[in-house]
Design a protein around this ligand. Structure first.
Ligand code: ADP
Ligand code: MG
Length: 238
């Protein structure tokens, strides 16, 4: 587990700056949420952290060391996306094992981790089913399981619940909170849903057009929004 910092991070696609001079520091074990309207750069920031997208300028650091040039596989992140991204031809158990097999984890260790993850996420009963035989909630649990089984230093969630119906979203919010409480890992979570952000975050970073508008605890943002945009998005408009 580690402190993650972004120092003057900027991302350009061609001549368009989609992330501008972002500075922030995420503490070990923190549940840190990025929130902001569609297109404001949330996914791009996560993808740069994960190493799936290069940084145009600035630095991403873990415990003070720049990781800009470190390959994704060596960064210690596990990412969960909005689309379930499970391999359709594999069972849940095979989906969970796949990433570990690739890095040469021994079979008994793979089995131990799958058991533990299945218990934590309550996916035991459908480990031997394929994704198409699962409900939306079961699939998303399995997708989270695939991240948990890797025992990453940090989790990156990109709108993981936005394809689920409202009732299930609330249930899964609580579930992710429980995983966080149990594992204590740093969790970096993207959403455009302010209620989700307010209920899950230790701190929230509000983004607009690729820039940080405000970072703070949910109640601080609610009670003391830095500007009208933050107030309109999550704050208490006075
Ligand atoms: P969000 O996740 O907040 O909805 P994104 O990070 O996906 O926003 O996108 C931020 C901006 O960058 C958008 O305007 C999007 O069109 C643009 N963008 C994202 N990826 C690319 C890409 N690979 N090439 C060009 N533009 C991109
Ligand atoms: Mg996105």
């Amino acid at each position: 587990m580690a402190t993650l910092e972004l120092i003057n991070v900027t991302k350009r696609f061609g001549s368009t700056e989609v992330v501008r001079d972002v500075n922030l520091s995420i503490r070990t074990g923190e549940f840190f949420v990025f929130v902001g309207p569609s297109g404001c750069g949330k996914s791009t920031i996560l993808r740069m952290m994960a190493g799936l997208e290069s940084v145009s300028s600035g630095e991403i650091r873990i415990d003070g060391t720049a990781i800009n040039d470190k390959p994704a596989a060596e960064r210690g992140f596990a990412m969960v996306f909005q689309s379930y991204s499970l391999y359709p031809h594999m069972t849940v158990r095979q989906n969970l094992a796949f990433g570990l097999e690739n890095i040469g984890t021994a079979r008994p260790e793979i089995n131990r981790r799958i058991e533990e993850t299945a218990r934590l996420l309550r996916i035991d009963s459908y480990l031997d089913r394929r994704p198409k035989a699962l409900s939306g909630g079961q699939r998303q649990r399995a997708a989270i399981g695939r991240a948990v089984v890797r025992e990453p230093a940090m989790f990156l969630f990109d709108e993981p619940l936005s394809n689920l119906d409202p009732e299930l979203r609330v249930a899964m919010r609580i579930e992710i909170g429980t995983i966080h409480a149990r594992l204590g890992n740093t969790m970096i979570y993207v959403t455009h849903d302010q209620l989700e952000a307010m209920s899950m975050a230790d701190r929230i970073c509000v983004l607009r057009d690729g820039q940080v508008e405000q970072i703070g605890a949910p109640l601080d943002l609610y009670n003391r929004p830095a500007n009208r945009f933050v107030a309109g998005f999550i704050g208490n408009p006075r």
